[in-house]
Design a protein around this ligand. Structure first.
Ligand SMILES: [Cu+2]
Length: 470
């Protein structure tokens, strides 16, 4: 429809929506303390000597992921009670620069007293990743000369996540020559699980991992590795996942199996550290599927390593081949060495990952080529875990004669003898490809989005002795 022909109500509605959005963006709230702002002295209020009287109470709501209001103004500096009301579905806290904090589970209200100096006071949620996701704010003092500057600063801090304008300017993360060597991920596809009912324990780990030579990140994983374990079953099987979030972890987690038909607000709900849950699903459809953590902010949980592959074979099984491998493509948006990955970078509208990798680690199969036999049939299960960029999965020097991508098939020896050179996989899409190497030699594994090949998305198959000349 042409914009000029839109009915008047539509235009009015649009303007109203825009105005509401603008109003919602202005998070600065001039807050009159709920209790009387306190003209009485400390002695009158029975406050012990040496401790200032509480001038009032400020209510701040936490949501997933933010504070409402994020910016508050009080009339004078002094001691205030901060009441944190957690309206979110996962735990949050409000933490001040001196370390004082109030921690509230979902639905709870907790309080803490803080001294607000004339220059104002910033606050964050200290649960890993939450401040990065937008949980920060500022209390300013109206009467202070410093208030103006602090308010401006605080407003910027609060808005840095609201505009979603792109990554913050960050200095490049420098390689650490003392970083531990990376642990290679075996690309060999696991065998299909025996039987028809599978009990699988999935323990979430929060730990450091070398994601490329010289780069260590604090990752969150399903099981001991990124990507998590490959779960291989067949149509008709029942899978009972025992998800465990150990008490030593810091944040809630969850799991979302794309291969399942379940309600999001049942099986996929988050569990806190120290909790566990059972997520049961029946394999109804064949394919290469993604599983991932969906806890808010899901982007950060995926970017931190919480993903893996499910292979569901047809009920009668896949035809036998000589060798099978798995490749999960994903991105790393590097945070500081030893720290969580950068949510700011991952959330950019035009994401620029520092690394794009197969099976968690940059260039690992370039460093240790995958040995195959010349002329033998090879099957690769491929998943693009993202979280953001597309894959164009390609193996230099061969042609896929069989492709099953998201349920669509190119069959070997089809009429016309068509083949495929690259499989396009948007984030969360999966495929099965089959091929053979015609002669001994080296065959690079890449995403043909070539800007990422130099960022870690490069491996090698070595057929035979790797030398085509003998
Ligand atoms: Cu998680």
């Amino acid at each position: 429809m042409n914009a000029f022909r839109r009915p008047k109500w539509f235009v009015l509605f649009t303007i109203a929506t825009i105005l509401l959005s603008i109003a919602a963006c202005g998070t600065t709230t001039r807050t009159a303390p709920i209790a009387d702002a306190g003209t009485g002295t400390a002695a009158q209020q029975g406050v012990p000597a040496g401790q200032a009287a509480v001038l009032g109470t400020l209510e701040i709501h936490s949501v997933d992921m933010g504070f409402k209001p994020a910016t508050l103004t009080v009339d004078q500096s002094g001691r205030y009670t901060i009441k944190l009301i957690n309206d979110g579905v996962i735990p949050h806290d409000i933490t001040f620069p001196d370390g004082s904090k109030a921690v509230a589970n979902a639905g709870e209200t907790k309080s803490v007293d803080v001294d607000i100096p004339a220059a104002g006071l910033s606050f964050i949620c200290s649960i890993p990743g939450h401040a990065q996701a937008g949980m920060k704010g500022m209390i300013t003092v109206a009467t202070s000369n410093a208030a103006q500057a602090a308010a401006t600063h605080g407003h910027e801090a609060a808005q840095s996540h609201d505009d979603h304008g792109g990554p913050l300017p960050t200095s490049d993360v420098v390689a650490d020559p003392n970083a531990p060597a990376y642990q290679p991920y075996d690309a060999t596809a696991p065998k299909r699980l025996d039987g028809t009912v599978h009990e699988i324990e999935l323990v979430v780990e929060e730990k450091t991992m070398t994601v490329a030579d010289g780069f260590v990140q604090k990752v969150w994983t399903f099981g001991p590795t990124v990507p998590g374990p490959v779960i291989r079953v067949k149509v008709g099987d029942t899978v009972r996942i025992h998800l465990k979030n150990p008490a030593t972890n810091q944040v809630p987690h969850s799991v979302d199996f794309h291969s399942s038909l379940v309600a999001w607000n049942d099986e996929m709900t988050s569990i806190n550290p120290g909790e566990d849950k059972v997520y049961e699903w029946k394999a109804e459809y064949a394919g290469v599927w993604m599983y991932h953590c969906g806890t808010s902010p899901a982007l950060h949980h995926i970017a931190n390593g919480m993903y893996g592959m499910v292979i569901v074979e047809p009920a009668e099984g896949l035809p036998q081949v000589d060798q099978e491998f798995v490749f999960v493509q994903s991105e790393w948006y590097l945070g500081p060495q030893g720290d969580l990955t950068s949510l700011e970078k991952a959330a950019a509208a035009a994401p620029a990952p520092d690394l794009v990798v197969f099976n968690g680690v940059a260039n690992q199969y370039k460093d240790q080529p995958i040995q195959i036999k010349t002329g033998e049939r090879v099957r690769a299960f491929v998943l693009n875990a993202g979280p953001n960029v597309d894959s164009s999965f390609h193996i230099v020097g061969t042609i896929f004669d069989t492709v099953i991508k998201e349920g669509m098939q190119l069959t070997r020896d089809n009429p016309g003898k068509y083949g495929a050179q690259a499989v396009d996989l948007a984030p969360a899409q999966g495929a099965i490809v089959e091929f053979t190497m015609a002669e001994d030699g080296k065959y690079p594994i890449v995403t043909h989005a070539f800007n990422f090949v130099g960022r870690g998305a490069l491996g090698l198959f070595q057929a035979g002795d790797g030398d085509p000349k003998n």
